[in-house]
Design a protein around this ligand. Structure first.
Ligand code: PEP
Length: 262
């Protein structure tokens, strides 16, 4: 049985300029070091805005901080006449490890379809970035189709275009739970994460399914993280609001210390 290292990812969205990002990663680094955190036990990744990435890269590297980082989006294209877009090649040069793709805010605000999400995922893989593929149902979808149908369909669309050995992370984020303070129940998260893993097995094979980390996202806090992490198919969390508070985020990262007591 493959061991999947838990992954806690912080999506800062359009918050923190580069100066605040520098201060935040330094403080987070010290806090986790003081707590004797090891990335072999729980991997921690932050997703700053594009304009902060170079500063975050140099801070992490010069201060030897045990954190990884990624971008919140990328272009499906490598270069050319695409004003405002950022290529996966540029992100790879900045030593980004990950890139978030298909976050519901991009699907909504920028009308990103499954086709666009698939093209962006292929661009990420081509440039050696691990895509964090976000899928999830709206409250209307939930009412009409139940929880799993929409996220499974969104994921299947991407998987069918991927090379079987591509490293990916999947984030199940029910749209109604994002920023609402109303998280899914651990059982709801487990059921959909299990359905997503079964879809990976069906399309890419059992080994890929066993190795791929499936995260839950939507109103995750220090107080509820342990309940999600007890579920067998939940391998971590994509955290929005709570990832911008050092104490809250570091408490989420240190979930193994409170996993048995909550
Ligand atoms: C998110 O934006 O991906 C997210 C899960 O936000 P929040 O944790 O604030 O619900």
């Amino acid at each position: 049985m493959v061991k999947r290292t838990p992954l806690i990812a912080g999506n800062w969205k359009m918050n923190f300029d580069h100066l605040r990002s520098i201060a935040f990663v330094q403080k987070l680094g010290w806090t986790l070091k003081d707590a004797k955190h090891s990335s072999a036990e729980v991997e921690v990744v932050v997703f700053p805005p594009f304009t902060d990435l170079r500063s975050v890269q140099t801070t992490i590297s010069s201060d030897k901080i045990d954190l990884r980082f990624g971008a919140q989006d990328l272009s499906p294209f490598d270069s050319g006449a695409h004003t405002g877009d950022i290529s996966g090649e540029f992100l790879a040069k900045l030593e980004c490890s990950y890139v978030i793709i298909g976050h519901s805010e991009r699907r909504q605000d920028h009308h990103e379809t499954d086709e666009v999400v698939t093209a962006k995922t292929l661009a990420a893989v081509k440039h050696g970035l691990v895509p964090v593929i976000c899928v999830g149902e709206t409250s209307e979808d939930l009412e009409k189709f139940g929880a799993a149908a929409v996220p499974v369909g969104q994921l299947r669309h991407v998987l069918e275009a991927l090379p079987a050995d591509a490293e990916i992370v999947v984030a199940y984020e029910p749209v109604w739970a994002i920023g609402s303070g109303q998280a899914a129940t651990p059982q709801q998260a487990q059921d959909v994460c299990a359905a997503l893993r079964a879809t990976i097995a069906e399309v890419l094979g059992a080994d890929q399914a066993a190795a791929t980390r499936v995260l839950y996202g939507g109103s995750v806090k220090a107080q509820n993280i342990a309940t999600f992490m007890r579920e067998p198919d939940v391998d971590g969390a994509l955290v929005g609001g709570a990832s911008m508070d050092i104490d809250e985020f570091s408490a989420i990262v240190r979930f193994p210390q409170h996993v048995t007591t909550v």
